[in-house]
Ligand binder design. Structure first.
Ligand code: UDP
Length: 237
């Protein structure tokens, strides 16, 4: 059964996706390729994005090395700002209008997060990139994505990762793990299927925002999944 198509969507990209073939940081070629794909769909959609920071710094990893958890999380949030600026730069280079809005005010490099202004940008055809997660430590950019999707009135949250959907077991460890075409929020939570963290999944469930999990590393896939085609899993009520 084809998946539904959505007009106003939030695209969540984990920081790892921006590393490309590298082990750390931002790979300009990968960011440029993803920007091209976004440019290809930006005209037909109202698009906003949340970018992660795991390619640069994760709070939990920092805390494990002895940093205070809250400080480490703020460092992680700052990492997402770098990724947002990289994404903005790549998009603007190819003519896509963008705005970065940061949950931690940083007037020199971005707008502060203002919900109504963000909605207006989207209505005008600009891609809004949300940086600094929720602005609060002890959260993740997955939760930020669910929160912003709800605030922006998005019809769906597209999570671009390096796997092509949600499996009943870890496909890297279990060779015959089965991929779901569609799975309920409650099953994801009860079976701990690790699509996104539990608070993000619960927020999407409670606000009836489907999550479409797909592989963004595969060239051309973003247009396909936004068109309701291609390989992906839809998590819904
Ligand atoms: N972070 C945070 N609050 C938020 C969002 C992110 O404290 O609302 C921090 C947290 O330390 C996290 C880091 O920023 O590890 C990078 O975000 P995340 O791990 O979600 O990035 P991704 O896995 O998507 O690359």
């Amino acid at each position: 059964m084809p998946r539904p198509r959505f007009k106003r969507v939030l695209l969540k990209l984990s920081g790892e996706v921006l590393m490309g073939p590298s082990q750390f940081g931002i790979d300009p070629d990968t960011v440029a390729r993803i920007a091209e794909e976004i440019a290809g769909v930006a005209k037909d959609h109202e698009l906003c994005m949340v970018v992660g920071g795991g390619n640069i710094f994760r709070g939990l990893a920092g805390a494990a090395k002895g940093f205070d958890r809250a400080s480490a999380d703020y460092m992680g949030m700052l990492a997402t700002v770098m990724n947002a600026l990289a994404m903005q730069n790549a998009l603007e280079k190819i003519g896509v209008d963008t705005r970065v809005q940061s949950a931690i005010p940083m007037a020199t490099v971005s707008e502060p997060y203002i919900r109504r202004r963000a909605v207006r940008h989207m209505e005008k055809g600009r891609v809004v990139i949300f940086a600094a997660g929720t602005g609060n430590p002890f959260f993740t950019t997955d939760t930020a994505a669910a929160l912003r999707a709800a605030e922006m009135g998005c019809e769906a949250l597209f999570k671009g990762t390096s796997v092509d959907g949600v499996y009943d077991a870890d496909p890297k460890k279990v060779p015959d793990a089965k991929r779901y075409e569609s799975v309920s929020f409650n099953k994801v939570l009860s079976d701990d299927l690790r699509v996104m963290d539990a608070s993000a999944v619960a927020l999407c469930r409670d606000n009836n925002i489907p999550i479409v999990v797909f592989n963004i590393r595969e060239r051309g896939n973003l247009a396909k999944v936004l068109g309701g085609e291609g390989t992906a899993t839809i998590v819904q009520n």
